[in-house]
Design a protein around this ligand. Structure first.
Ligand SMILES: Cc1cc2nc3c(=O)[nH]c(=O)nc-3n(C[C@H](O)[C@H](O)[C@H](O)COP(=O)(O)O)c2cc1C
Length: 199
């Protein structure tokens, strides 16, 4: 199982990135056979989606797209920006092919200034993953700035939740049927993505 962390924060010292990496660490501790990797999107020189066919992107965009296609499951984190996920993260979802995440398990993490925008993940990020026919774990880990202190996670409660998330992704993935990609893919509408550019 290749478990890919994706962190959608633009800052170098992202609290969200720290939370994603912590959850991945717990997942790996729970099952040392899994492969883990984190995509810190801010470290990639990713162009904006320009509506070309996803197979035509090159450079860092190509690397990101291929890693997402290649993964079996994900832990996706975002800081809350203006009551939703970041534009940086949305751009990644605009770049990948429609089929990239069909039937694959996703655990979600967000960090906000406060807890006020907790439901934005239910109403905005989960529906986006619904488009991709991904299987999203119920609930999310929602952190706020008070859970962090001096570049570390300063909350035992948050650590426990990140551990539960990391372990749940591993456990749920084991009980999903092996052919879920074809089963779930068949349930969705057939939406052909057309290249709108000549490139
Ligand atoms: C442009 C911008 C918009 C923000 N909007 C919100 C928001 O709507 N709700 C919220 O709770 N926090 C908001 N915040 C605060 C961040 O979500 C918060 O500081 C978070 O911890 C940043 O995570 P990071 O360290 O991973 O970048 C915003 C911050 C910025 C820079």
């Amino acid at each position: 199982m290749k478990l890919l962390g994706i962190s959608g924060g633009p800052t170098q010292s992202s609290k969200t990135l720290l939370a994603v990496n912590t959850a991945l660490g717990f997942a790996c501790k729970h099952d040392s056979n899994i492969e883990i990797e984190t995509l810190n999107i801010s470290q990639f020189n990713v162009q904006f989606c320009d509506a070309r066919d996803p197979s035509k992107y090159e450079g860092d965009a190509r690397i990101l797209i291929d890693k997402i296609i290649d993964a079996d499951a994900y832990i996706i984190g975002t800081p809350m920006y203006r009551g939703t996920y970041t534009g940086l993260l949305k751009n990644v979802f605009d770049l990948i092919p429609n089929e990239a995440m069909i039937g694959k398990l996703v655990g979600l993490i967000a960090t906000g200034g406060s807890d006020h925008h907790y439901l934005a993940l239910e109403h905005e990020l989960k529906p986006l993953l619904g488009f991709f026919l991904a299987i999203v774990l119920p609930g999310v880990v929602y952190a706020n700035n008070a859970h962090y202190s001096q570049g570390e996670i300063g909350s035992e409660e948050l650590m426990v939740k990140l551990q539960q998330l990391g372990e749940s992704v591993v456990n749920f993935n084991k009980i999903l049927p092996i052919d879920r990609l074809s089963i779930i893919g068949a349930l969705g509408p057939s939406i052909k993505r057309q290249s709108l550019t000549s490139g």
